[in-house]
Structures are given as structure tokens and as C-alpha cells.
Write a new protein. Sequence first.
Lengths: 151, 203
Amino acid sequence: MDEHTPDPRLVSALRSVEAEPPVDEVDWDALRAGLNARAELPLARLRARASAGGSGAPAAVRRPVRGGARVVRWLVPLAAAAGLGGLLLALPGDPLHPGGGRTAGVPVATTGQAAPEVQAILDETIPDRVDHAIDGAQSDEDAVLTGALGG
Amino acid sequence: VSPVRAATHPSVPPTHAAPEAEAEAALVERVRVGDAAAFDELAGRYLRRAFSVAYRLMGQREDAEDLVQEAFIAVLEKIHTFQAGRAFSPWFFRILVNRGINARKSRTLRQVDDIPERAASALPSPEREAERAELRGGVTAALESLPDRQRTIVRLFELEGFGSPEIAQILGISENTVRWHLHEARKTLRLALAPFDGRNTDG
């Protein structure tokens, strides 16, 4: 009997004392499903590792890129809001109050639509020169600045 | 594993088929990047034989199933160390066998089922039955007297169909060392069988 092939007599003797693997008792589908369930997390780690390695950039380089992406995520809604605000200012009329008679480029305060209480407060707090400058009665920029500085 | 011996383990891919080896290498590469379908396919190829080897090591179905799962999970955790182009089988079984040996040492094994009587078409005579019991006792004692490594080698070689080169890779030892252990184990077992020479104990 050579050492490269099993010895039939030993095989027979060993099989008589060693229980054969109970392959018929195993629920192979359940075993495989359980294995796949346990493998989900390690596989996800491998995918993450592969995708991180796939960028070809070292970690130190990838980090600022991720930071930049985070900034862009904030900038997009801010830019959208600014654009929308600009659009509202540029539109003729008051889109929120269609019957308000607002005209482009004319501040709301000059339309004379303010409530009497508000007008009274404005009269008390704003110097006449500023009021006139805002109204357009006085167009001198120096006068507006002087009024604003309380001069 | 020769094609003839591999035929007794249908789940084992023939190792000499180059296209099959290439397909398996591609499968392993897909597993390396976390492909769940590839892992399922790879596990499916080795599941039955892995269970068989695990059962030889653990002697209990539930322990064997646990060991198989642990070995496959360990594959995923260590796959970055697997060298592309090498055979997956010895690498995988090395993980499984090492874990099995460690588990045997550290875990309190559940009660091993009694070894079932071999099925016989005709009831053996009381004398024949007594003789077989005596044989089993002698072989069991001889097997238990073997060092762990020899016992593992003889089980892998005689019962699971692994060749010496594969066992060497699995256990991380030289082929000569495998052959020496196998020689020693066989000597011990044959000595235990000697009293039964010439008797028919197959029942």
C-alpha cells in the first residue's frame, strides 16, 4: 500500500467508527441563507473598501473632496433661495399681492400703502431730509447720508 | 484530488480543469470586491465538502454547521490576503481546519451523538456483532491515541479524499511532514487492526 492512495482496509475500519457526515440531515438552503445573511456586513465592507480604492486617490486627498461636496450641498439651496428672491424683486407687480399696484424698482414704503400707525412711527423716527430723499423730493446723495448719520 | 476521488464529492470542482479554475478565480475576484452573488456561488461550490470536513473535525452536526459558517465569514475577512492566481480550495480548507482544530481545543463540545450502527441488509449474528464492536473499540482507541495533527491528516486523507500536497497546504506544513504523519498514523491504526486480520467484519 503506497502513501499516495487511501488504504481501503483503513478506510473501511475508520468508517466503521467514524459517523458519516449526516448530509441528509442538513437543511442546505437554510444553511446557505444563514451564511449569506451573516456575510452581508463583511461584503458591504469589501464593497466600501473597493469603491474607496477605486477612486485612485489617497485618503488624505479624498477627504477635502468630500468636504467640498458637503459645502456644495449647502450652497445649492442657498443659491436657489437667492435666485428666487432676486426673481421676486425683478418681477413687475407684487406676486404675493397681485392687486397691490406695486411697480418695479419702487420701494414699498413710497407707495403710501403703509398703515396709519406705521406711518406715524416713521414720521417720528426718520428725519425729514431722509424722508424727502427716499420720497425722491431730495435727490442729493450727501443729504441722504447726512440724514442717515443724524446730521 | 483526482477526478475519480473528486467524483465522490460532487460539490468539488475538478482541480485539473483550467477553464473551471479560471472561472473560480474570477469568482474569487468578484467576492474580493464584495459581490454577494459571487460569494453565494462560491459558498455553494464548497458547502457540502466543507460541512463534511467540519463534521470530521467536530463530530457533531450543529458544531460542523457553525464551523462552516465561521470559515466562510473568515474568508471574507481575510480575502485581501488571498493571492490572486492561487487555488482557492487549499486556502479555504486551511482556514476551516485551523478554526476547527482551535474550536476543538477551546470549545466545550456538545455531546457527540452515538456512532450509528452501519446499516445491514441482514441482521448480524451475535458473534459477528460482538466482533464488530471489538473492532470498533480497537480502532476508536487507536484513533484517539493519535496526536491531533495525525488524526486530522488521516481523516483528511483516508476519509475526505485530500491528497498529501493539499493537506500540506491546508495545514501549512511540508509534504514530507504530511507523509511522515500519515505513515505514523497508519502504522498505529494497522496495529490496532492486526488482531482482526483475516476476519470479515464488514457485517
